[in-house]
Design a binder for this molecule. Structure first.
Ligand code: G6P
Length: 591
């Protein structure tokens, strides 16, 4: 959600920022803009639409200083006027901003009464406040003064037309990374923007202010004291964020899952022992209930985690939707433990709950694909899911990675030496077999493309995968899809079945095989087009996709691949923008 990119250095800043914005596209956005030093002034180009819409404006342009932005509209519709960069009234300062300024109306009234505004954004307040304070104080102080007044979240880059040697930057509660390269300094909302431009990076702490020059940078805290942070090497390579031979990142990421499981095993096992801190395990063992908090796909992974904690560790667990939990006051047990699931580690709703939990001093763990994220830094304990960079907005490998890490964590908490490791190796092989039969998913997709509604059904863990299957399908195919526990159909949803409504049943558990089939038949009798994804041992000859048998509690990891492929092929047949579905963002930094 929104992306920032900036560069000052010997290389062509215009092209670096343009390419950087392309790399940040996956975060989700609806307008785009760039500002670069052009002789002794600054040229700005911005557009509603895609990064490629800027191509004509930046073609053959070169500069040693540029900033850019991809905007996901919050205040004001996506249009050219609201797109960043924004200029101050006297045109001295040019700024890009990620985040939301909650008190912008108040600040406007208090400080900027004589100012005029061209956009509906909260951002224009920031750039004008800087200009206002710079009338009476040096620029560094003007920025820090502005920071001290802003409530909300921000990561900003600023150019000063009177000093076009540097980029000013500052952030609070919104990610901003500084990249240090041989030829210059880059700034980006995430590490992907820095790949190929910088060798080392620093994740900026909240309330950091800094200045980047061609070959040096300085960081300060809010009162102006210099901060020294040791940069870390950038380990993500260009190959990690490359589509390779795949047409879409989503398909590439679906294909990475079997290998990913093997590498997670490698990271989390030393022989037959889990490589997880004893301190963490003991903390969890001492609790009387595990509270799982997440959003979207991560929440569905959390449902599987609940199952593992209850079935393998005999510990009660409950899953909370972060955006609901933040505005409710559930009964908290005497010794709770909180686990936060998030691929990005930046989801605002999850972060808001985390901060509340932290205030109450309850122990917590984050399970994430971004250990250096805001969540990674806020939490007591953090487990990396080692999924590797996920670029497609629709999450696939992060979902299965979270489930795998949760199963390993549950085994470690329980202390019972089950054969999870070999079972997970079996899952990896089963996933490969599913991928081998992907044509069947294409066949199912052909039957879905004309549908206006579709349904997934299941019971127990098959229902939880159904939820994820329905989410994937609606996210990228735009077909209205819901998942239901199959037993609930007759209490309402069956009224929605009409001729040829696709109903996909997931059946991998012996105890519920017969009853799900009977529920599916009820929909078929009312005109539905039925499809069955079943485990081999439970399959019937007429089933649509038969997945290999794996340990029964791990079957969601295999059926997940089938539902991901169904969503992928349906979106493909509909010619949708698979990796960047409309209205959605990969990193949801607003509540
Ligand atoms: C967005 C993404 C989803 C993700 C959800 C939660 O909606 O598009 O893929 O599941 O946010 O994000 P998180 O980063 O917390 O897992």
């Amino acid at each position: 959600m929104c992306g920032i990119m900036g560069y000052v250095g010997e290389l062509n800043a215009v092209q670096i920022v343009y390419k950087g914005l392309e790399k940040l596209e996956y975060r989700g956005y609806d307008s785009v803009g760039i500002a670069y030093k052009d002789n002794f002034t600054v040229t700005i180009a911005k557009e509603k639409g895609r990064v490629m819409d800027l191509a004509p404006f930046v073609k053959n342009k070169s500069s040693d200083l540029a900033i850019g932005h991809t905007r996901w509209a919050t205040h004001g519709e996506p249009n050219q006027q609201n797109a960043h960069p924004h200029c101050s009234n006297q045109n001295q300062f040019i700024l890009v901003h990620n985040g939301i300024i909650e008190n912008y109306q108040k600040l406007k009234v208090e400080y900027l009464s004589g100012y005029s505004f061209k956009s509906q954004t909260d951002t224009e307040i920031i750039v004008n406040l800087i200009e206002y304070f710079a009338l009476t104080m040096p620029i560094n102080e003007a920025i820090r003064k502005t920071m001290s007044l802003l409530e909300g979240s921000y990561a900003c880059l600023v150019l000063d037309k009177k000093n076009l040697n540097c980029i000013y930057f500052f952030c609070d509660k919104n990610p901003l990374l500084l990249g240090i390269g041989k030829n210059g300094i880059a700034l980006s909302s995430d590490i992907t923007g820095l790949v190929g431009v910088a060798d080392q990076y620093i994740v900026l702490e909240d309330k950091t202010f800094g200045i980047a020059y061609l070959n040096r940078y300085s960081l300060y805290d809010l009162i102006g004291l210099k901060i020294n942070v040791k940069p870390k090497p950038i380990l993500v390579t260009a190959a990690d964020i490359d589509k390779k031979t795949f047409h879409h990142f989503m398909l590439k990421e679906i294909y990475e899952q079997p290998m990913m499981i093997r590498s997670i095993l490698h990271k989390y096992f030393i022989g037959d022992e889990e490589n997880i801190s004893m301190k963490l395990l003991n903390k969890i063992r001492k609790c009387d209930k595990i509270n799982i908090v997440a959003c979207g796909t991560s929440m569905y992974a959390g449902m599987m985690a609940k199952y593992f904690f209850e079935k393998l560790c005999f510990m009660p667990a409950e899953v909370f939707c972060a955006s609901e939990l933040i505005y409710s006051t559930p009964l908290i047990s005497k010794r709770p433990f909180f686990i936060f699931y998030s691929q990005s580690g930046e989801t605002a709703d999850v972060l808001a709950v985390m901060k509340k939990v932290k205030k109450q001093k309850f122990p917590m763990l984050a399970i994430t694909n971004n250990v250096e994220s805001s969540m990674g830094r806020l939490t007591d304990f953090c487990l990396d899911i080692y999924a590797g960079k996920e670029i497609a907005v629709a999450s696939t490998k992060a979902y299965t990675a979270m489930i795998v890490v949760s199963a390993i964590l549950a085994r470690a908490i329980s202390g019972i030496k089950t054969n999870l490791k070999s079972n997970l190796k079996g899952v990896s092989l089963a996933m490969e077999k599913v991928l081998h039969n992907k044509e069947i998913c294409l066949g199912i997709a052909k039957e879905l493309t004309d549908a206006s509604d579709a349904f997934y059904i299941g019971r127990g863990i098959d229902y939880w995968v159904s939820l994820e299957g329905a989410l994937k399908l609606k996210e990228i195919s735009y077909i209205h899809t819901e998942a239901f526990p199959s037993g609930e159909l007759k209490h309402g949803p069956i009224a929605l079945i009409h001729k040829d409504t696709p109903v996909i049943a997931i059946i991998t558990q012996e105890g519920t095989n017969r009853i799900i089939r009977s529920n599916l038949t009820e929909t078929i009798s009312r005109g539905a087009k039925g499809f069955v994804i079943s485990s081999k041992s439970l399959s019937l000859p007429e089933d649509t996709f038969v997945i290999p048998n794996v340990a029964h509690y791990l079957s969601p990891l295999v059926s997940a691949i089938v539902v991901q492929l169904i969503a992928y092929y349906t979106a493909l047949l509909k010619h949708n923008d698979i990796d960047k579905p409309k209205n959605l963002a990969k990193c949801v930094t607003v509540e």
